[in-house]
Design a protein around this ligand. Structure first.
Ligand code: ARG
Ligand code: ZN
Length: 882
C-alpha cells in the first residue's frame, strides 16, 4: 500500500505513559505493557483503537484492569483493534511474547552474539508490543528489565536508572525511567555480558552526566576513542548550538549485528560496533573519522530528533538532514574544514547524485512511500544536510543560529514538520522562504549554466546564470512542473596573474549571489583584465555546474584561487575532462594521456612542490582523480564501464610516471619517525593519506617498484591505515605477491571480523575478470556469514557499488551474483537485502547489452515468489518506466 503525505491525519488516540515489564529469555521473552491512553482531541471521537503489531504472540489483555469481553478485541497479522474504546482516559494492559533468537530481521528485540538489543526505528517497536507505532505519539516510558544474572549481567534502558535488585535465585532486574516524552521509535533496551568504560561530563547547566561505552568483554581497550568523541560532541553542541544534555547518564552500546550505522535511542545509543571499536592495529584513519562523526551524529539527535521529533516519516529529513549538517560542522571544527568539505561533496556526488538521476529519485521530503525503511537515503541525509547549509549561507551565521534557537525553543517536546523548521527562520530573518522550500519538494539535481563576458572598454565583467531543473516523475515525487529554486552562489573573481580582483558587484553580498529566477545576471564593475570566475565556492549549492572553463582557466584556479574547495575542484575538472574525452572514444589501454594529460601532470607537479608538505591531507585529495562512477555520471548515458576504467588506468599511469621522483621523495619526507606512537589526529592522518596516495600512483606507473614498496609496507606497517593502503595498492597488481599478502593478512586477522571485512571488501573491488568467482568463493569463507550485515556489505556491497567493471560485466555474471544474494538474504533480513539491491539503480545508464542483462536480473527478482515489501518496493521502482 502507498502511504501519502497528503493523507496525514492525527492519531485518534494518544498514549501518555508506558510501563513496560520485559522478562528476557532467549526464545520466550515476555513483555507486559501498560498503556495510559486517551482520545486525541484532534482525532475522530469514538473511532476504534487500532494498534500496530508484527510477529507478536498475544498472551493476555485487560482494559482498566478487567478482562475484555469476547469480540471486543480483534488481532490480525498487522495489529490489534479495540472496537469500542472508552471515550475517556483508560488503561490497556497487554502481555506479548516474542522470540529474540529467531529475529533475523534485526528489527524489534533480537540477539547479537548473545546480547539482547533492540532497533525500533522506523517501525520496530510494534515487534515488541502492540502500540500506536507512529512518531507523533509521545509518551513517558518506565521500563523494568529482568534477565538471567549470568546471561545478562548488564541491563540498560532509556533515561535514568531508578532501581535494581534480585528477582529470585538466578535472575535480576533493573528499572529505568525516561522523563522526556518520546515516540516509540526511540525506545531501546540492552541486556548482556558487556565490558564498560566510562567517564563523567558536566554540562554548561551544571548537570553531572555519567558517560559510558559498552562493548564485548575484552574489547574495552578499543573504546576510548568513541568515549572521548562523546565528550567532545557534548561540549561542541553547547558551544555551537547552545544545546546541553538532559539526563544523568548517556550510554553507548556496540553490537556486531546491526542493519545501519547506529541509532539515537534516548540516553541509550546503540551502535554497529564498526563505528565504535578502534585501535591503531585494527582501525584505519577513515574508521576513526567515521566513529567520531557517527558518535557525534547520534548524540546530536538528542536535540535534533529526540527533543524535537518528526510528526510523520515524510519529515525524516527534519531530523536526519539537520543532524548530518550538525555532525559535518562538528567534524569540520574538530578537523580541517576544507578537507572535510571536499569529503562531504565527494560522498554527495558518488551516492546522492546517481540516486537523484535514476529510478529511485525522490524529493528530500518524499510525497509517498511504500516502505519507509527504503527512504533512509543519501537524498534524505546528504542532500537534506545541504539544504540546511544553504539556509545558513542565505541568512548568514548569526540569523541562522537565531533561527535554530527559535526552532528548538518553540518545537521542544513536539513532533514537528519541515514547515515548522522553516517558519522559525522566516520569523527571525523576516524573509519569505516559500520559494526556498521547493528544495524539499523537487527531486533531481539542478544544472546551473554560467557564461562570463569581459568588456575591456566598459571595464565590466558579466556573468549570466541559468538554472535548468530535471522533471522527475516517480511515485515519491509530485511530478509537477519544477519551479525555480533559490540557489546561493558563493563566488569571486581571480586575476589570471594571481590574487583576487578588486571588483564590485551590486548583485553580490558577502561573496554570495542568490539565483532566484530561471536566469540571473551579475555585473562586476572596475574590471580591467579578463578574470577567471570562481563559482560555487565551498560547493555552496548541491547542483551541477555547466560552465565552459578551459584548461588554462582551471589551471589558474588550481594555482591561485583563495577558495580551497574550488582549487580541488579545478584539478578534478581537469582530470574529468581528460577522462570523459578518452572514455567516450573507447580508451584503448595503451593510449598515452596526450597533451591534456601532460598539462595536468605538470600542474599537479608544481602544486606538490609548492604545497604538499604544508597540507598533505589536501594534497592527497588533489592527487586523487575522479572515480569511475563520477566519470560515468558525467557521461550520463550508454556508459561503457570498461572504457572508463581503461581511461582512468591510463591517466593514473601517466601521472605516476610524470610525478614519480617527487612522489618517492614526498613519501620519505612525510614519513613518521619510527618511534612516534600512532595518533589518529587529522594532521597525522593527512600525512599517511598523502604517502599512500603517492604509493598508489607510483604503483600505477611502475608495477614492479609498486609491488616491492607495497609488499614491504604491508608487512612492516605499525598501523592498519598503512597496512591496508599497501594491501589495496597490491590488490590492483595481479600476481603472486598480491595473493601472498592477502593470505598473510587473513592469517594475522583471522579472529578479527571487522578487519576481515576490509579484506573481503578489497578483494571484492579487484577490477579483473575472476572477481565474481573470487567473491563466490569468499562467501564460503569461514569468516563470512549472510546473517551479519557488515559481512554482506563488505563483500557483496563493495562488489556491487565499488567494482563497476565487474558488477557490470558484459555477460551479466556480476548482476546475477548480486541478484542471487539479494534473494537469499531477503527471507532473512529484508532491509539489508533491499539496500543491496539499490546497486542496480543506475542500470538505465549503461550501454544496451549490459542494460538488457541488468533488466533481466531485475525482472527475475520481481518475479520471485514471496518477496518482502522492502525488496518488492525497490525492484518495483527500479523497473518503473522512465
Ligand atoms: N536514525 C538512525 C540514524 O541515522 C538511522 C536508523 C535507521 N534505521 C532503519 N531501520 N531504517 O542515526
Ligand atoms: Zn541520524
Amino acid at each position: 500500500p502507498v502511504i501519502r503525505l497528503a493523507d496525514y491525519r492525527p492519531s485518534d488516540y494518544l498514549i501518555d505513559r508506558v510501563d513496560l515489564d520485559v522478562r528476557l529469555h532467549p526464545t520466550e521473552t515476555r513483555i507486559t505493557a501498560t498503556l495510559a491512553l486517551r482520545p486525541n482531541p484532534a482525532g475522530e471521537a469514538g473511532a476504534p483503537l487500532v494498534l500496530d503489531g508484527d510477529d507478536l504472540t498475544l498472551l493476555a489483555v485487560a482494559l482498566d484492569g478487567q478482562p475484555t469481553a469476547p469480540g471486543a478485541i480483534e488481532t490480525g497479522p498487522r495489529g490489534l483493534t479495540l472496537h469500542q474504546p472508552p471515550g475517556r482516559p483508560f488503561v490497556l494492559s497487554l502481555e506479548t511474547q516474542v522470540n529474540p533468537s529467531a529475529n533475523t530481521k534485526l528489527m524489534g528485540l533480537y540477539r547479537s552474539n548473545g546480547v539482547y538489543c533492540t532497533q525500533c526505528e522506523a517501525d520496530g517497536f510494534r515487534r515488541i508490543t502492540y502500540f500506536l507505532d507512529r512518531p507523533d505519539v509521545l509518551a513517558v516510558y518506565t521500563t523494568r528489565i529482568e534477565a538471567d544474572r549470568t546471561e545478562a549481567p548488564v541491563l540498560l534502558g532509556n533515561g535514568n536508572p531508578v532501581e535494581s535488585g534480585a528477582a529470585g535465585a538466578d535472575r535480576h532486574y533493573a528499572v529505568w525511567h525516561d522523563p522526556h516524552p518520546k515516540p516509540a521509535y526511540l525506545f531501546a533496551l540492552v541486556g548482556g555480558r558487556l565490558g564498560r568504560i566510562g567517564s563523567s561530563f558536566t554540562t554548561m547547566e551544571g548537570r553531572a552526566v555519567e558517560v559510558a561505552v559498552y562493548v564485548e568483554p575484552g574489547k574495552e581497550d578499543r573504546a576510548p576513542y568513541a568515549l572521548d568523541a562523546v565528550r567532545r560532541a557534548m561540549a561542541w553542541d553547547e558551544r555551537a548550538f547552545g544545546r546541553a544534555y538532559d539526563l544523568d547518564v548517556f550510554n553507548v552500546v556496540a553490537v556486531s549485528d546491526f542493519n545501519m550505522g547506529a541509532m539515537e535511542n534516548k540516553g541509550l545509543n546503540i551502535f554497529n560496533d564498526k563505528y565504535v571499536l578502534a585501535s591503531p592495529d585494527t582501525a584505519t584513519d577513515t574508521d576513526y573519522a567515521n566513529i567520531e562523526a557517527i558518535i557525534a551524529h547520534e548524540y546530536f539527535h538528542n536535540w535534533s530528533g529526540n527533543r524535537v521529533t518528526c510528526r510523520d516519516w515524510f519529515q525524516l529529513c527534519l531530523k536526519e538532514g539537520l543532524t548530518v549538517f550538525r555532525d559535518q560542522e562538528f567534524s569540520s571544527d574538530e578537523r580541517s574544514r576544507p578537507v572535510h568539505r571536499i569529503a562531504e561533496v565527494r560522498t554527495l556526488r558518488a551516492r546522492q547524485f546517481p540516486e537523484d538521476a535514476g529510478p529511485l529519485a525522490h524529493p528530500v521530503r518524499p510525497q509517498a512511500y511504500r516502505e519507509i525503511n527504503n527512504f533512509y537515503t543519501a537524498t534524505v541525509y546528504e542532500k537534506g544536510a545541504e539544504i540546511v547549509r544553504m539556509l545558513r549561507t542565505l541568512l548568514g551565521p548569526e540569523t541562522f543560529r537565531a533561527g535554530m534557537d527559535l526552532f528548538f525553543a518553540r518545537c521542544d517536546g513536539t513532533a514537528a514538520t519541515v514547515e515548522d523548521f522553516l517558519a522559525a527562520f522566516a520569523q527571525v530573518s523576516g524573509r519569505d522562504l516559500t520559494a526556498f522550500a521547493r528544495w524539499y519538494a523537487q527531486a533531481g539535481t539542478p544544472v546551473v549554466s554560467v557564461s562570463g563576458r569581459h568588456d575591456p572598454l566598459a571595464r565590466t565583467y558579466t556573468l549570466d546564470f541559468h538554472q535548468s531543473l530535471p522533471v522527475v516523475a516517480t511515485e515519491a515525487s509530485a511530478g509537477a512542473e519544477p519551479q525555480p529554486l533559490v540557489i546561493p552562489v558563493a563566488l569571486g573573481l581571480v586575476a589570471p596573474g594571481g590574487g583576487a580582483v578588486a571588483a564590485r558587484s551590486e548583485q553580490v553580498r558577502d561573496g554570495v549571489f542568490v539565483l532566484e529566477q530561471e536566469s540571473g545576471r551579475v555585473v562586476y564593475t572596475d574590471v580591467a583584465e579578463a578574470p577567471v570566475p570562481s563559482l560555487f565556492r565551498g560547493f555552496s549549492a548541491p547542483v551541477k555546474l555547466a560552465h565552459a572553463l578551459d584548461a588554462g582557466q582551471r589551471l589558474t584556479l588550481l594555482a591561485r584561487d583563495s577558495d580551497p574547495f574550488n582549487r580541488w575542484q579545478a584539478a578534478q575538472g581537469l582530470a574529468l575532462d581528460v577522462l570523459t574525452a578518452r572514455a567516450r572514444a573507447g580508451a584503448p589501454l595503451e593510449d598515452e594521456a596526450g597533451a591534456d594529460g601532460a598539462a595536468l601532470a605538470e600542474a599537479l607537479g608544481s602544486f606538490l612542490d609548492a604545497e604538499a608538505v604544508a597540507d598533505p591531507a589536501f594534497a592527497a585529495l588533489v592527487l586523487t582523480i575522479p572515480g569511475d562512477q563520477e566519470v560515468a555520471q558525467e557521461i550520463g548515458a550508454n556508459v561503457d564501464p570498461d572504457a572508463i576504467h581503461r581511461a582512468r588506468r591510463t591517466l593514473r599511469r601517466h601521472l605516476g610516471r610524470a610525478l614519480a621522483p617527487r612522489l618517492v621523495a614526498l613519501r620519505e619526507r612525510l614519513a613518521d619517525p619510527t618511534e612516534a606512537p600512532f595518533s589518529p589526529d587529522a594532521a597525522s592522518a593527512g600525512r599517511r593519506a598523502l604517502r599512500n596516495a603517492a604509493l598508489d600512483l607510483v604503483a600505477a606507473a611502475d608495477p614492479e617498484t609498486g609491488t616491492r614498496l607495497a609488499e614491504a609496507q604491508c608487512a612492516g606497517a605499525t598501523n592498519m591505515t598503512d597496512r591496508l593502503a599497501a594491501l589495496a595498492t597490491l590488490a590492483l597488481l595481479p600476481g603472486e605477491a598480491r595473493e601472498r599478502a592477502l593470505q598473510a593478512f587473513a592469517q594475522t586477522y583471522r579472529a578479527e571480523p571487522l578487519v576481515l571485512d576490509k579484506w573481503f571488501s578489497l578483494q571484492a573491488m579487484i577490477p579483473e575478470a575472476g572477481t565474481v568467482e573470487r567473491v563466490r568463493g569468499l562467501m564460503r569463507h569461514e569468516g563470512f556469514s549472510l546473517g551479519n550485515p557488515n559481512r554482506v556489505r563488505s563483500l557483496v556491497g563493495s562488489f556491487s557499488l565499488n567494482n563497476p567493471t565487474q558488477f557490470h560485466r558484459e555477460d551479466g555474471a556480476g548482476y546475477d551474483l548480486v541478484a542471487e544474494t539479494v534473494l537469499a538474504l531477503d527471507a532473512r533480513n529484508p532491509q539489508v537485502a533491499a539496500r543491496l539491491l539499490t546497486a542496480f539503480s543506475t542500470w538505465r545508464m549503461v550501454e544496451a547489452k549490459r542494460r538488457a542483462r541488468a533488466e533481466a536480473a531485475l525482472r527475475a527478482i520481481a518475479a520471485s515468489p514471496g518477496l518482502s515489501p522492502d525488496v518488492g518496493d525497490i525492484v518495483g521502482r527500479s523497473l518503473a518506466p522512465a
